[in-house]
Design a protein around this ligand. Sequence first.
Ligand code: B12
Ligand code: SF4
Length: 313
Amino acid sequence: MNAADIKSKARELGFDLCGIAPASDHPELTFFREWLDRGYAGEMAYLNRSAERRADVRNVVPSARTVIVTATVYNTDRPYSTECADPERAHIARYAWGDDYHDVIGGRMEQLLAWMKQSSDEAFEARAYVDTGPVQERVYAQYAGIGWIGKNTCVIHPEKGSWMFLAEIICSLDLECDRPALDQCGTCTLCIEACPTQAIVAPGVLDSTRCISHLTIEHRGDVPGAFRDAIGTHVYGCDICQEVCPWNARPPVSDDPAWQPRAWWDGVSVENLASRSDDELRVAMRKSAMQRTKVSGLRRNLEYRRISDSSKQ
Ligand code: B12
Ligand code: SF4
């Protein structure tokens, strides 16, 4: 079993891209500590707790020599929030429209790993992760040639754009590695200018305490009043800095049933969602990434919007 065999199996399992990065001292890995020290992680205390392990995959799998990175396009054919003229439309980030990617991609990664174990002549150590592992996924994706880390901090592929989930297998096999992706943002700063809360404080540096994704999903308790107008009808996450990106102007669309928008969220208004009972919302959020905030978190975001609308009348 070699690198080409792994990539062809990854394609067979439905991954759009697969590349291999060396498990070495990539300079970008050191930004993480500085980012934490500046307080940019906001309330995501788990990032502080796991900082040492996140510094290098060899702290997670000591024998690691390579990181196999996969990317899965989750974009569907629905318009962007920036294209929507209806001021009452509820905007939910597109990564959360369908089934929970942790389960779907996690299952496919386990299949890839099981196949590797069966096909390899050599015994090896490995761990598969999607999102929640102590891994700086974007850095390894860049070194695996999946895409460059854009000014909006997202990994962008020249043809696939950035609507992609990343996942990886850290392993002790000495596989042939890909060339790192080259930065193609150039002089463009559209994402930095479009962010309604000025959360991209420098190219590639995001202050989570200002990011709508953090404010509507990770933040507990009251959302600071100063951000509520800028949040608008973004009731769960935010896609603006990717929607304005020229590399996402003609993005590929996935026909995978897992990522298609559930009818509950498809083109609905804030009022429509807010009028749903807790039980209905619970059913709608079942096995979706939106379970992270539970019904109470979504309800909080919906209520802010309703209160702000009624105070303007
Ligand atoms: C914490 C987290 C968040 C936080 C912080 C995001 C952030 N930009 O750091 C919040 C809640 C805000 C968030 C939001 C979103 N997230 Co998120 N998130 C993560 C998580 C769990 C960790 C990221 C992390 O370590 N951040 C810390 C910073 C330092 O790391 P980084 O962004 O990877 O950093 C690179 C650049 O910022 C840059 N950099 C940093 N500092 C500096 C300094 C200088 C001088 C320079 C030049 C560069 C530079 O280099 C970095 C490497 O250090 C990853 C999964 C994982 N385990 O990696 C998913 C992940 C990054 N998220 C993802 C997604 C989909 C989203 C959202 C689109 C969801 C949404 N629509 O609401 C938004 C996108 C917002 C955005 N513009 O990033 C995907 C991104 C896929 C992709 N194509 O890049 C990931 C990889 C999950 C996955 N497995 O698919 N997320
Ligand atoms: S996700 Fe939205 S709030 Fe966060 S950095 Fe991008 S545009 Fe700004």
